[in-house]
Design a protein around this ligand. Structure first.
Ligand SMILES: [Zn+2]
Length: 307
């Protein structure tokens, strides 16, 4: 089916206490693995590309691959910009047919974050496309911050309410203890803070970044308190690279890259399947592409509307 926006998927997830997996992809094998796993699991899925992925694959390639992958399946697929750091990138992605945007002004002062988020929301909403914003900052593992420093960056619940009122953003990435690009699952989320944020903005789907490093029990609890979209990148990269390493070791004389990449694709697919099941989004989509309960059809968005 054609790409859909993230709006209804996330609101349905919010109402029904499950989370939609938002999986990062940089190449064809990753895109195929993610979409095939979602199709088999009857789950809605968000395929997201970062600015780094756009630099690597090219904006047109990224958009076309995801559009093609979506057209081959009967579950809703969203094409989302992950961490758009400026207004321009958001405009370019809107033009390229992305069905969900993110402006990340979390490193900027509050007023500036508000001003640019608001500008992105204004143009995106004209085209019917929702926008994720970020308040508080989800740190990078390379920042090597202490626990106290991570806490200082966490989202303030009252400021979150003010931020949503001022910007009109559709969903909010919150900082509540996770860290980007962690290779081991040892972080615990500040569930009380999450509850307080959810109480302030109960109708806004919350987004968890840096999930690869979060303990399973912790993010399962988070799903009960407003987390509707969970970003997964590092965990999939680990699966891809493990497949590649094993295949190269197993077939040292092989020169056909397909032999290696097919193993990587299979490993990523299984990693996606595992996360979809954990997040509670397996089996929610019926054979016609709508939600099983409540029965709801998606408003489809054709990619390339700017042509
Ligand atoms: Zn992130």
């Amino acid at each position: 089916m054609p790409l859909v926006t993230s709006k209804e998927i996330l609101l349905t997830a919010l109402e029904n206490h499950f989370a939609v997996g938002a999986f990062n992809a940089n190449n064809m094998e990753q895109v195929q693995a993610i979409v095939e796993a979602a199709e088999e699991e009857r789950a809605p899925v968000i395929l997201q590309v970062s600015q780094g992925a756009i630099r690597y694959a090219g904006l047109e390639f990224a958009a076309s691959m995801v559009k093609t992958a979506a057209s081959l399946v009967t579950v809703p697929v969203v094409l989302h910009l992950d961490h758009g750091y400026d207004f321009e990138q958001n405009v370019l992605c809107l033009r390229a047919g992305f069905t969900s945007l993110m402006y990340d002004g979390s490193k900027k002062p509050f007023e500036e974050n508000v001003a640019i988020t608001k500008k992105v929301v204004e143009i995106a909403h004209i085209a019917g496309i929702p926008v994720e914003a970020e308040l508080g900052r989800v740190a990078q593992s390379t920042d090597k911050l202490s626990y106290e420093e991570i806490c200082a960056l966490m989202t303030d619940p009252h400021q979150a309410k003010e931020f949503i009122e001022l910007t009109g953003a559709d969903s909010l990435a919150v900082a509540c203890g996770s860290v980007h690009a962690m290779k081991v699952q040892e972080a615990e989320l500040d569930i009380d803070r999450l509850k307080a944020i959810h109480e302030q903005i109960p109708h806004i789907p919350l987004v968890l970044h840096g999930s690869s490093g979060v303990k399973t029990e912790s993010f399962l609890e988070a799903i009960q308190h407003g987390i509707c979209k969970i970003n997964v990148a590092t965990y999939l990269n680990q699966a891809f690279t493990r497949g590649l390493r094993e295949a190269v070791a197993k077939y040292p004389d092989e020169v056909d890259p397909r032999k290696f990449l097919a193993v990587s694709r299979e490993y990523v697919k299984e990693a996606v399947r595992e996360k979809i099941r954990l997040f509670g989004s397996a089996g929610v989509i019926d054979s016609r592409g709508g939600f099983r309960s409540p029965a709801r059809q998606f408003r489809s968005v054709e990619i390339g509307a700017a042509e």
